[in-house]
Design a protein around this ligand. Sequence first.
Ligand code: NAD
Ligand code: UDP
Length: 311
Amino acid sequence: MRVLITGGAGFLGSHLSDLLLEKGCEIICMDNFLTGRPENIAHLLGHSRFQFIQYDVTNYIHVDGPLDFILHLASPASPADFERLGINILKVGALGTHKTLGLAVAKQAKFLLASTSEVYGDPLVHPQSEEYLGNVNPIGIRGVYDEAKRFAEAMTMAYHRMHGTDVRIARIFNTYGERMRQDDGRAVPNFIIQALKGRDLTVYGDGQQTRSICHYSDLIAGLYNLMLSDVTTPVNLGNPSEITMLDLAHKIIAMTESKSCIAFRELPQDDPRVRLPDIAKARSLLDWTPRVGPDEGLGRTIAWFKRELEK
Ligand code: NAD
Ligand code: UDP
């Protein structure tokens, strides 16, 4: 398969490039380095089946030759960037999705959208299945991301209905691991860096809000199964290992044997109180289930960040 990955120099996009190269695909990786990094793909640059194009996918996209699949992962993803990059996020979710879908029609390629659990907003049902329609504040700080992804899903389904584009929509729940930026701002990298540097771990609010954290290796395997499936409706991908943010902070302090303490900080606006994926659909239709628990996944991530800090 000849595959275009937008956002391919990001955390998930670079790992997906690794997996698809292993599977024998030819990869065209497109990224403008807004939140991604050259280091993530440096090891791939000499590969005969890997090509990198630095480009902003909110503009018209031209790719030479045929394409079998377009994986649209481009978008900032950390809540720490929602104010700073609000317009970029809306543009890549709306214009970027439009351009990549237009390219899919032109190339008769299949299309996969990296959507998010944020389409459920601050959920009023728990756990969240794909049928839940969500509880999103369109004008809040998180609205730029939530609404961009909701629009992207709507656009994807419109292309499916109007042009017959063969689409996939992955609703990705909190995924962490090696290659996240030290200053990414999301809870797992923040806590690990703070613990390794002996700084206080910044827990927002009372820390009783929950997330369900998935190691990237499981998530990437799920995306691959979804690509190969014929499921055109949204599928939740995540690890249903729910944990409060206070417990996560304590766990990371223990695993790093850090002397750090907890420092409580103000809870950001509209921060979801709970989040837990119902993955029955992925289990049955994709034959996928996450295998890496938090102990193993966090252990691997901590070891990686330690090595990064020693560089
Ligand atoms: P990331 O920031 O590491 O990767 C996103 C990549 O997109 C970056 O390399 C960035 O430079 C690139 N990008 C942004 N705007 C672009 C543009 N206009 N043109 C070209 N490239 C652009 O984040 P990630 O965690 O790897 O997320 C990847 C995708 O998965 C995103 O679409 C995100 O919304 C989605 N997602 C991730 C998670 C998660 O927990 N990691 C959860 C839900 C959804
Ligand atoms: N959080 C925190 N301290 C941090 C970063 C995040 O307590 O330093 C909290 C945040 O308020 C949220 C949860 O951790 O409740 C997960 O945040 P993250 O940014 O990882 O992603 P989200 O799930 O909110 O998109």
